[in-house]
Write a protein that binds this ligand. Sequence first.
Ligand code: NAD
Length: 479
Amino acid sequence: MSERGELPRGELFLDGQWTPARSRSTFETLDPATEETLTRVARGGPEDVDEAVRAARAAFEGPCRRMTPVDRARLLTRAARTLESRAEEFARLETRDTGKPRTLSRSEIHGCVRYFDYYAGAADKIQGETVPLGPDYLDYTVREPVGVTAHITPWNAPLSMVCRSLAPALAAGNTAVVKPAEQAPLTALVLADVLQQAGWPAGTYNVVTGFGGEAGAALSGHPGIDSLTFTGSVPTGRTVLQAAGEHITPVILELGGKSPQIVFEDADLDRAAEEIAKGIYTNAGQYCDAGSRLLVHTSVREPLLERLTARTKQLRVGPGMDDPDMGPLISAAQRDRVLDYIEAGRSAGAHVVTGTADFPTGYFVAPTLLDGVRPDMRVAREEIFGPVLAVLTFGSEEEAAELANATEYGLAAGIHTRDVDRALCFARDVGAGYVMVNEYFSGGVESPFGGSKHSGYGRERGLAALDNYTRLRNVVLRI
Ligand code: NAD
């Protein structure tokens, strides 16, 4: 249960206070498994964003500026412990808001605890350097917080996407305004309780719930923010980049993907099938780095597909609260979009193999394998963001690399082979920011994550993320 009752009420969190939107209007957030309204959420607009940015600025100039790195580390550690102690409540809320299986929600919430712990450890290690300019000079650099950081986040891993950028931002001494996705805003709201309980000053963390075209647009084009971290789709990424460009606001873009999983003829096929299924069906394919294209060597296509088909048909699909293997998609719109893609694949000549997801209500789509996909089909090129795997074949390493790179995205790639040399060469040649060998979704909070090409730029996670939230200054003294 949340400190404020099970579900947050329709209020924003501004300057340490729960407050209704200026417009007094609210919108509903649904349970995707039952299609029932969970609660109503405040519909923030430009005035609320102004208020949030003002509060974040005042906190940054005031109490946050006076905090030492050790103070920040302590508060982050306290936030980690508080969140950990309420992990089950958060996991339940995340599952109700997104439909994802309880076990997956738990693992994402524990990931959020890790973000706070990891960056707590980093807070007092953000340091400058001296520069060897010559004996008559002292030249040194300082890493300073940027100020007010804005975070616009998607619905697929709601709290995780907030904590991923928030924790390094706070560790570096910044304050934050968060605009969570309208489809799943609840855990970002309840996080306010956690941070307040941990002792973060009022105004450090502000949440403006609302729609992208309203609160999101107001935040991305706001002159009072010093950085913007946007995680979401490519089209919205373009829009926010333009809006932020008006005020030359630095932007980190974490966008979509169409990540390949490449299976060479020497791979352990049992293990590969397991990892491929995990890579596409976890979270019903709604991860930016979902391994949504399978590229398999022709010589092992048949035995691999046998294993994958069996796995696809075996998956238990159901409401997240029952802890199945796969839950529903986030919304009716997303379900319809995914079904349209499956139909587009079928009518372009792909062979459709599906599991079962037969529910009278809820936004369920069965785990789906599209065999016989050609590289020119839409299902081979576009991000579907659902439990749909496009299967393509290759005959040589060159062809595999060509297919892997035949995409406008460059986020992640999975390689399945027993040959380390081949794995290393392929990791070098594949145009992805994050490469995994023989295991999908490897790595953790410590491992820098981000894309190239239309998947965006900037790196989240690891120490690299601290660069997003610090500004380097140089001072030269003539002695
Ligand atoms: P989306 O682009 O529709 O929305 C993301 C956020 O942007 C939401 O908070 C939304 O309200 C806001 N928004 C929408 N229009 C806006 C506007 N005009 N101005 C400002 N903000 C606006 O994306 P989504 O459907 O929520 O998420 C799915 C996408 O996110 C997929 O493409 C997925 O690959 C990507 N994603 C990327 C990463 C990553 O780390 N690279 C992680 C998770 C999700």
